[in-house]
Design a binder for this molecule. Structure first.
Ligand code: URA
Length: 235
């Protein structure tokens, strides 16, 4: 791969022309030697590339945990609203990133941003049954009978039958936790509506076996480390 292509694909804040300039200044090294020509060919798997002394590790794909705030849409482009991609810090930006799955504009919480289409497909496919956990606040107390009803497969508007879902009540009757194994359109809201209740606040707290980092502020991102990526698919 060309050196400039490698660096700009790994570092969204460095364009190819920026890399050219850094090379000219002698700030780019390959295996410890300054390289002046940005079109030099490198082996991205074995060569050690550094910019201003900082080594750039090769990542084929990136996986970013975003704590989505309300008011932002899960899309790559939107004419009217800010998108989740605009919350990605420059050093994590690169071509091909997209949100794997959608939360509503007024829902908060865990959104995975990645450029790994295969993983996203596995995570979202209804056949994979990857659980998604939601903290739900409702306008009226949640009736305890809903635990059984949700577990047996609730029918929502239009006759759609939901897969069995795990509802856990809390000491606060207006707050509960729901685990879904599929992702129908507005599913959580529609499930509560079907039971004469209304969702007033919704936050996704977990995807598969990976919990939204509690220290991550709304709008904050962190890169998911390699060993945690497979937890996204854990049932
Ligand atoms: N269910 C909903 O109703 N909205 C979301 O954003 C996610 C799940």
């Amino acid at each position: 791969m060309r050196l400039d292509k490698f660096i700009s694909s790994q570092r969204g804040d460095l364009s190819r022309s920026a890399v050219k300039e850094l090379c000219r200044k002698g700030l780019v090294t390959v295996n410890g030697t300054a390289v002046k020509k940005s079109d030099t060919r490198i082996d991205e798997h074995t060569d050690v590339i550094a910019v201003s002394g900082e080594v750039i590790g090769y990542r084929e794909f990136v996986y970013i945990m975003l704590n989505k705030p309300q008011g932002v849409v899960c899309a790559t482009k939107d004419r009217l609203s800010d998108t989740v991609l605009e919350l990605i810090p420059p050093e994590l930006r690169r071509g091909g990133l997209f949100p794997a799955g959608r939360l509503d504009k007024d829902t908060e919480g865990f959104v995975l941003i990645t450029d790994d289409g295969d993983l996203a497909h596995k995570m979202l496919s209804p056949k994979s049954h990857v659980p998604k956990t939601y903290l739900v606040r409702t306008a009226y107390p949640t009736a305890p009978e809903l635990v059984e009803l949700f577990a047996s497969g609730l029918t929502i508007d239009g006759g759609e039958v939901c897969m069995p879902a795990e509802l856990t009540l809390s000491d606060d009757p207006y707050q509960c936790t729901l685990v879904l194994h599929e992702g129908k359109f507005h599913q959580v809201k529609r499930m509560f509506e079907a039971c004469a209740n209304k969702v007033t606040y919704l936050r996704r707290t977990r995807i598969g076996g990976l919990e939204l980092d509690k220290s991550l502020p709304l709008g904050g991102c962190l890169e998911i480390v390699h060993k945690d990526v497979e937890k996204l698919l854990a049932r």
